[in-house]
Every structure is written in C-alpha cells, then in structure tokens.
Design a binder for this molecule. Structure first.
Ligand SMILES: Nc1ncnc2c1ncn2[C@@H]1O[C@H](COP(=O)(O)OP(=O)(O)OP(=O)(O)O)[C@@H](O)[C@H]1O
Ligand SMILES: [Mg+2]
Length: 335
C-alpha cells in the first residue's frame, strides 16, 4: 500500500453532491474506484433508487445488498500493490426501514408484514425526515462496520447523494428528526448518525461543471453546509471540462481575418475569404468559451476548497472512462 498523503486521508465517508446532471453518480463511482487502490475495500452507495450505479457499471439492477462491482487500480510501483475492491449498494427508504427494524428490534419479519400493508410507504411518506435519516443511517453504519478481526470492514464509503438543493436537509439529520422524535430509539439513532456525519470522518464534495448555474449552486451549497456546526466541506470536482485548444494568450495573438485569408491563399486554398471568416468565427467562439470557463473556475476557486478537474470524455462513460477519471482524481490528490 502506498503511504502517499491525499487531501482526505482521515475521511471514511465521502458524500458527493452537486447540481442535477453535473455528474454526481459518475464522479462518485470514479472516486470509489480511485479510493480502491492498494487492496482497499470501498462501498459505493446510491440513495435515490434510480439504479444509476448498476447502469454505469453495466450490471443488472442492484438488490438491497452489498455486491462487488469492480476492481480498483493496481499499482506496480512497489511490486506488491494490488487493486482493491468496489462494492455497491442501492439504498431505498423502505429497505432501510426494514433494516433498521431488524437492527434495533430484531423484527424484520414484522417489518416485511408492515411493508405489505403499505405501512412502510406510509411512514416514509408522512415523515420524509425519517427516510433521510434511515438512508444516511445505513451509509454511516457501513462506514463504522467492523470485520471480525477488529478493523473497519470498508476503508471508505462513497455516497452518491441528493443534489445541492436537498443536501443540507438530507445531512442535517438531527434537525430533521427533532420535530419527529425528541426521545426514544429514532432520536438516539439520529444522534449516532449525526455524530458520524458532523465529524472529520465525513467530507461533502461538490461536483460542478464550469457553467453559471452549477457553480452558483455549489457556492450556495458550500455556504449552507458551512453554517451547520461540525460539517466538513470537501473538494470541488469540476466535471466535463472541455479541453482548451488555445490559451487566452494564444488567442490574443491570433491573426485577423485579412491576415488569415492571405495565409490561406498563400497555402493555395480556394475560397480563402470564406474560410478565413469561418475560422475567425470559430476562434471567437473558442475565446468566449475559454473566458467563460476561466471565470467560473475562478469563482469556484474563491470558495477556498481543494479543486480537482475532470475532463469531458467525448466517447461516453464506460468502465475504462471511469478508470481514467479515477486516475485523474488520484493524480490530483483527491484519493
Ligand atoms: N466527465 C464526463 N465526460 C463525459 N460525460 C460525462 C462525464 N461525467 C458525466 N458524464 C455524463 O453526463 C450525464 C450525467 O452524469 P451523471 O448521471 O453522473 O450525473 P448526475 O449528477 O448523477 O445526474 P442526476 O442529477 O440525474 O443524478 C451522463 O450521461 C454521464 O455519462
Ligand atoms: Mg445521479
């Protein structure tokens, strides 16, 4: 195992949020792979019951059960290092409630009966705060779970969490259930969960693209979490960054249309005027794009958290692409 420091060495629960569609599920999966180096065991948890992880890894829908879905990268540098393992779990509130009943009251069977009667649906619908605490409870339980030898079963747990608009309420479990239960097992459970979430063992990472809305949501989300005592804001993962073909400096030095036309003509091309105009348009478009990306990046950097940047993979996201993104995260110190 490599002894290299990463930015999040003490963190065991990585929560990944961000605006919808910015790549939370993809980045959470890449982060899980990145963390699963050197024989480590990582659990990737999905919370919204949409089977995004199964789709991503090209697997049939995941049951409410931890399943091995991928092997982490091996590192040949010390000759002994081998890839770790990524397990995945799709949590839904119903399954989590049944689990909870089993764990605390040893009454899964009763829970299943309640489920058949629609009681579980009912309970999670009237008390959305309850279903959040059940989901976060399952993730924190996995992060704390020990193996028979005594050490932690999972070296890290990565949570593909709800989007920025919901993340504060989702994670602020004590506040959410305080209206629900002041005493009793639900309250005790919520307090245990909160102790893990609001500790240095948990970090909340934000995925953003270099566009105005996701950047604004990231900045607002960071501010919201900073206001909750004990919550640790993690890194900002810029996703789907487009390659910069020409830097701003190079663009500044680009020839004007007549000069372009002359150069094209000199190269023996017909329609050199038309071509020059089209090229100039492309250059201007690229310049606007580079400027916009730079502006959004600067805003994200101003938040003062570590920033990582992941490229847009034009061929689409498959397992090889996930490994590529994982390698980027490792190289930039995120895992
Ligand atoms: N770095 C990338 N390069 C290319 N495509 C990407 C990249 N990251 C994500 N995508 C694609 O963008 C789309 C959205 O990604 P993803 O499902 O991970 O986002 P999400 O934030 O989890 O979305 P939702 O809010 O719906 O859960 C997917 O089609 C995914 O394959
Ligand atoms: Mg998703």
């Amino acid at each position: 195992m490599t002894a290299r420091d990463t930015d999040w060495d003490g963190v065991r629960l990585h929560v990944v949020t961000g605006k919808g569609g910015t790549g939370k599920t993809t980045v959470a999966a890449a982060l899980a792979l990145a963390l699963a180096h050197g024989g480590r065991k990582v659990l990737l948890v999905e919370t919204e019951g949409r089977q995004g992880i199964a789709r991503l890894f090209d697997r049939p829908p995941l049951p409410y059960q931890e399943r091995k879905i991928a092997i982490g990268p091996g590192e040949a540098d010390d000759g002994r290092d081998h890839g770790g393992e990524v397990y995945a779990l799709a949590i839904d509130p119903e399954g989590a409630l049944l689990d909870y009943l089993q764990m605390f009251y040893n009454m899964r069977t009763a829970g299943v009966a309640l489920n058949k009667l629609g009681m579980v649906d009912f309970a999670t619908t009237i008390a959305p705060g309850l279903s959040d605490v059940l989901v976060t409870g399952k993730a924190t339980e996995a992060a704390r779970r020990r193996r028979p030898g005594g050490g932690y079963l999972y070296d890290a747990v990565v949570l593909d969490a709800p989007p920025t608009g919901r993340i504060g309420r989702f994670l602020n479990v004590t506040a959410e259930v305080s209206g629900l239960a002041k005493v009793g097992p639900v309250r005790t459970h919520a307090d245990t969960v909160a102790n893990v979430i609001k500790s240095p063992q948990t970090a909340v990472h934000f995925v953003s693209t270099l566009e105005e809305m996701p950047v604004q949501e990231t900045i607002d989300g960071i501010e919201e979490l900073r206001a909750i005592a004990g919550m640790q804001v993690g890194g900002i993962m810029i996703n789907m960054a487009r390659p910069v073909v020409l830097t701003r400096e190079e663009l500044k030095g680009a020839p004007d249309v007549p000069a372009l036309a002359a150069a094209l003509k000199g190269a023996g091309l017909h329609n050199s005027d038309e071509l020059a105009a089209a090229l100039a348009d492309e250059l201007a478009e690229h310049e606007r794009h580079v400027e916009l990306q730079d502006r959004e990046r600067t805003e994200l950097e101003a938040a003062g958290q570590p920033v990582y940047e992941l490229p847009m993979i034009t061929e689409g996201i498959d397992l090889a692409a996930l490994h590529r993104l994982a390698a980027e995260l490792r190289a930039q110190g995120a895992a």
